[in-house]
Design a protein around this ligand. Structure first.
Ligand SMILES: [Zn+2]
Length: 235
């Protein structure tokens, strides 16, 4: 812990020696890029509804300053201790995050420009969907069962958590709204039901599937490990 605090302090000092204002010196604002153009935020899919971003920050890496102009929701695939800095602000907050944490900027003032550094010894990995358009589809919440429950509802989305033991399946359920399913933990999930519009490769921690409106499916854990997923529907 002491070592970690020293490392954080080092980052603060190094950051200050490089960029803090000196009397009389004109300090230009660092250039910021849209979040989907930031090199640690990999744009994996884009449609009129969504940009899917696979975010990986390796130990010791710092993102460029980047701009969040859109609402998003997603889930943490691998947690790490990070700090963040709002552009023009000196405050650095160290945060520890855990696998499965929902990332949801529904209460942030946008646009938000910041950068994030991984001060841990393990990867930080997050999969996000940006809300580019509303579906406009009015639908009730999907009825909860033993495997699937609503985690939260925001102005733009409903976020469900799915937990499947080896061999277990969800009930057959219909997503009236389009949306993104993200696999949080390792394992093998098979889908029975409608074809998806887009997906990443394989079934693994961080895999994702984009569903069009009116998609019906059963999610089945056909592997040996308990699996967690998150399903986000576009209101
Ligand atoms: Zn589903």
């Amino acid at each position: 812990m002491i070592q970690m605090r020293l490392r954080v302090a080092t980052y603060v000092l190094v950051g200050c020696s490089l960029s803090c204002a000196r009397p009389g010196a004109g300090v230009p604002k660092p250039a910021a890029v849209p979040v989907y153009a930031e090199p640690h935020h990999h744009l994996e899919y884009e449609s009129k509804f969504v940009r899917v971003l696979d975010v990986v920050i390796r130990p010791g890496d710092t993102t460029r300053f980047h701009i969040h102009a859109d609402r998003h929701a997603g889930v943490l695939i691998a947690g790490a201790r990070t700090w963040g800095q709002i552009v023009g602000g000196g405050a650095l907050a160290v945060a520890a995050s855990s696998i499965g944490s929902i990332s949801d900027n529904s209460s942030d003032a946008l646009p938000l420009t910041h950068r994030v550094a991984n001060i841990d010894t393990v990867d930080f990995h997050l999969v996000l969907g940006q809300f580019l358009a509303a579906s406009g589809i009015d639908a009730p919440t999907i009825a909860p069962d033993r495997t699937m429950q609503l985690d939260r509802e925001t102005a733009r989305s409903r976020v469900y958590r799915v937990t499947l033991a080896p061999g277990q399946s969800t009930g057959s359920h219909r997503h009236a709204q389009p949306g993104l399913t993200i696999q949080v933990t390792a394992g093998t999930v098979t889908w029975d039901g409608d074809a998806v519009a887009a997906r990443s490769v394989g079934s693994r921690a961080g895999a994702w599937w984009w569903r069009e409106a009116g998609h019906t499916h059963v999610l089945r854990n056909t592997g040996q490990l308990p699996i967690r997923l998150v399903e986000i529907d576009w209101k």
